[in-house]
Design a protein around this ligand. Structure first.
Ligand code: HEC
Ligand code: HEC
Ligand code: HEC
Ligand code: HEC
Ligand code: HEC
Ligand code: HEC
Ligand code: HEC
Ligand code: HEC
Ligand code: HEC
Ligand code: HEC
Length: 313
């Protein structure tokens, strides 16, 4: 037994240096960087447009080595490809890469920028939507961000149902070009917010201080208020509003305001300031009187108030 172990160690001892020499030899023969100008003759179309590319800028400065900028920063070392006079297998060809592998190639440089949005766990990544589904490095449709199509068409290309929501009578004017999907969403993923128990749905932005993206534009709803309505602060705007569009005025989720309120204000539970759950309206509210059905005619500061705990002013 002991003899056999010895021979195995001896065998490995001889094999490892040999493997090392082989690998080193391979590297020098075919894994060298050749510089972008070597690509010009055969890929003139790609090469001639590259000066417009964001990835070209640092290349032009001449300060960076070829593996950090230029063609080989994404396609890997080009020597073997040159020696074979082309071929897809001799170089990193994105047309042959699986979505995770092609994302790895981009994240080699962009990981720091996107890791705080948890890009590896974003809905897009989990559905195998990779960078090149949205970005086109060589044939971009937009001068900024190198998008494969204009943003609206890009997103609708896969989210046809959302287009219908933005044609409803009450809506944000995305189709009219007044705002964009990325005013509210980050297609790369979402950072954990400082509220809603750290869970933000549907890859929506959070501002630097962790608030929902809505208050960037609707600043009067930002607060903090002396008297907060927990529905706004804790649950978020989309508990009462359909963010894309709605058939109801003010983009509310329900056509009649009081049905929205009574979904929560049912007296259920034993929490809250008076430990009586989410309070029901008091006896003074005559619900048979239509006047009382539009709750926000009296509770006008429904998003929070600095003057009144019942949001009456
Ligand atoms: C930022 C990364 C990146 C850089 C830098 C880059 N490429 Fe590409 N290349 C890609 C991706 C991704 C594709 C796949 C098609 C696409 O998404 O545009 C591609 C596709 C190609 C193709 C296939 C044909 C085509 O047009 O789709 C060729 C050839 C090519 N690149 C050559 C080059 C050359 C030559 C350079 C330098 C001038 C270069 N690439 C620089 C990422 C890059
Ligand atoms: C001698 C000509 C030649 C040179 C020089 C050359 N290529 Fe190619 N390249 C080809 C040919 C031919 C193909 C195969 C095209 C095919 O099969 O569709 C190819 C394919 C590619 C592909 C794969 C495209 C795909 O379909 O995904 C990439 C990426 C690429 N080349 C990048 C480069 C880069 C980067 C350089 C410079 C380092 C370079 N090439 C230099 C001839 C060349
Ligand atoms: C679902 C579509 C989509 C996917 C997938 C996607 N992007 Fe983007 N990306 C966009 C859009 C749209 C913008 C423009 C954002 C804006 O207008 O604010 C953008 C902007 C960018 C920017 C510039 C803006 C910034 O934050 O500095 C970079 C860099 C970028 N993307 C890299 C990547 C990389 C790398 C990947 C893959 C790991 C990727 N993207 C995947 C849609 C996408
Ligand atoms: C070798 C490092 C490196 C790799 C690999 C790389 N990038 Fe970049 N990328 C950069 C740098 C640096 C910038 C910033 C350029 C600037 O600020 O002007 C940039 C900028 C961008 C931008 C925003 C600029 C614009 O307007 O187009 C997008 C989008 C982008 N990269 C996408 C990609 C995608 C997709 C891939 C993979 C196919 C990729 N990058 C691979 C280094 C890299
Ligand atoms: C005004 C902000 C805003 C704009 C603009 C916006 N969204 Fe949304 N979107 C949201 C919010 C908030 C949610 C989460 C809704 C929820 O949890 O009920 C969401 C949910 C989604 C969802 C997942 C839920 C579903 O309906 O399937 C998709 C997909 C989506 N948005 C795509 C888009 C696209 C594509 C665009 C641009 C055409 C866009 N959004 C523009 C705020 C916005
Ligand atoms: C290549 C197809 C494709 C493109 C392009 C695309 N998406 Fe998606 N998106 C998906 C898939 C697949 C999912 C996951 C399944 C689902 O929820 O529908 C998804 C999910 C989403 C979600 C829901 C996230 C969640 O957690 O519920 C939002 C929001 C979203 N995408 C926004 C966008 C925006 C904004 C754009 C444009 C910048 C865009 N998408 C472009 C395919 C795409
Ligand atoms: C980029 C700025 C911007 C962002 C972000 C934004 N909105 Fe808006 N919102 C507007 C504008 C501008 C209007 C005016 C309506 C129009 O465009 O015709 C509006 C209208 C509204 C209305 C209807 C107001 C009325 O008087 O009928 C509601 C409700 C609303 N937004 C809620 C939200 C919610 C909820 C979010 C977050 C999910 C949000 N908004 C994010 C700009 C924004
Ligand atoms: C408890 C439900 C509820 C929540 C949560 C809520 N809203 Fe509202 N919001 C309403 C009601 C009800 C109206 C209609 C008020 C009226 O008609 O007088 C309204 C009206 C609006 C309007 C149009 C009128 C105005 O006051 O400017 C905007 C804009 C708006 N909300 C934005 C937001 C934003 C942004 C958030 C998240 C910060 C939010 N809402 C959260 C119930 C809510
Ligand atoms: C998502 C659930 C939710 C919705 C929807 C909601 N609220 Fe509230 N509301 C609360 C909670 C939680 C409190 C705090 C209760 C407590 O502290 O005891 C509260 C407090 C209040 C208060 C202060 C009185 C009190 O008991 O503290 C008023 C008034 C009020 N809401 C009115 C409304 C009106 C009007 C609507 C409809 C436009 C509405 N709410 C929709 C959850 C909701
Ligand atoms: C005509 C004005 C008016 C309308 C409409 C109205 N309220 Fe009130 N609400 C008040 C006043 C005034 C108070 C404080 C005195 C009281 O309790 O009667 C109050 C108190 C409340 C309280 C606190 C009750 C408590 O026990 O502290 C809640 C919850 C409430 N309203 C919810 C609603 C809801 C939900 C609606 C819509 C169905 C609504 N209100 C419609 C005027 C109104």
């Amino acid at each position: 037994m002991r003899v056999r172990l010895w021979s195995i160690f001896l065998f490995l001892g001889l094999l490892l240096p040999i493997a090392g020499i082989l690998r080193a030899g391979q590297a020098s023969a075919s894994q060298s960087y050749v510089g972008s100008s070597a690509c010009k003759t055969c890929h003139a179309d790609v090469w001639l447009n590259f000066y417009k590319n964001a990835h070209y800028k640092s290349l032009a400065s001449g300060k960076e080595p070829p593996e950090k900028t230029g063609c080989e920063s994404c396609h890997g070392p080009g020597q073997a490809h040159l020696e074979a006079r082309g071929g897809k297998e001799t170089i990193q060809a994105f047309s042959l890469l699986s979505p995770p592998k092609s994302m790895d190639a981009c994240l080699a440089c962009h990981a720091d920028q996107f890791s705080r949005f948890q890009i590896r766990r974003s809905s897009h990544t989990q559905a195998s939507v990779a960078c090149s589904n949205c970005h086109s490095i060589h044939k971009p449709a937009t001068p900024r961000h190198s998008l494969a199509r204009q943003q609206r068409d890009l997103c609708y290309g896969c989210h046809a149902g959302v287009r219908a929501q933005f044609t409803m009578p009450f809506k944000h004017r995305v189709n009219e070009g007044a705002m964009q999907c990325t005013d509210c969403h980050n297609p790369h993923g979402a950072a954990s917010p400082a509220w809603r128990m750290g869970v933000r749905p549907a890859m929506t932005h959070t501002s630097a201080s962790g608030e929902q993206s809505c208050v960037v534009c609707h600043a009067d709803k930002r607060g903090p208020f002396a008297f907060e309505h927990p529905a706004v602060r804790v649950d978020g705007c989309e508990t009462c509003h359909s963010p894309h569009g709605s058939t109801n005025p003010r983009m509310l989720r329900r056509p009649v305001v009081f049905t929205l309120c009574l979904e929560c204000h049912s007296g259920a539970g034993n929490f809250g300031r008076r430990r009586d759950g989410i309070s029901t309206q008091s006896g003074s509210h005559n619900m048979a009187d239509p006047r009382y059905q539009n709750c926000t005619t009296c509770h006008v500061r429904i998003h929070g108030s600095n003057a009144d705990p019942l949001f009456l002013r």
